[in-house]
Design a protein around this ligand. Structure first.
Ligand code: ZN
Ligand code: ZN
Length: 186
């Protein structure tokens, strides 16, 4: 009996898949400094969920959230599932609004030669597809400036996304009541 085929178009290729490691490396770009909060470097944290793709949560050491991204190798737009997953992590869930989710496609040439070679070998129709969730600081109905934060003290259930005063250095998480990630002194 022949070994399991890795050729194009096998039944194995039906659903979304993990990204090749070279594509993950290309997507893991270094992030800039935290804007209008603490000016410290933003770090990408990786999150594992039941979705097969790469989640990256960009936040500063104080928990000020910059952007969340998700990418997988897929034939369809993962945005509806990404929105559902994010709503499960947000307090309140209504924080994740459809118009703040942006679907994206990334192509081989922009990801560098190694990723491009790896993508040339994946089954036909599979693409690097993903979603960005970016919620900018905003002024609420009472005229108070607010911004999104993330608490990473919940390794089992994933981060908690919440809103606090834009100027708060380490606001308390609505779930654990503790301030966000500790700010490391430089
Ligand atoms: Zn910050
Ligand atoms: Zn918490």
């Amino acid at each position: 009996m022949a070994p399991r085929s890795r050729e194009r178009g096998t039944a194995m290729s039906a659903g979304p898949r993990r990204l090749p490691t070279s594509v993950i490396a290309a997507l893991r770009t270094s992030a800039p400094r935290c804007y209008r909060h603490c000016d410290r470097p933003i770090r990408a944290r990786v999150l594992r969920t039941s979705l097969p793709g790469l989640w990256q949560i960009y936040a500063c050491p104080g928990g000020a959230l910059s952007v969340v991204s998700f990418f997988e190798l897929s034939r369809r737009d993962p945005t509806p599932e990404v929105g559902r997953a994010l709503r499960g992590m947000a307090r309140p869930s209504g924080l994740v609004r459809a118009h703040d989710l942006r679907s994206a496609r990334r192509h081989g040439p922009e990801l560098g030669p190694r990723a491009e070679r790896a993508l040339a070998r994946v089954p036909r129709g599979l693409e690097v597809r993903g979603t960005y969730w970016r919620l900018y600081p905003f002024r609420d109905a009472r005229g108070v400036d607010r911004r999104p934060f993330a608490c990473f003290r919940h390794p089992r259930r994933g981060p908690v996304f919440f809103i606090d005063l834009a100027g708060a250095e380490r606001p308390a998480c609505p779930e654990c009541r503790r301030p966000g990630t500790r700010i490391r002194r430089a």
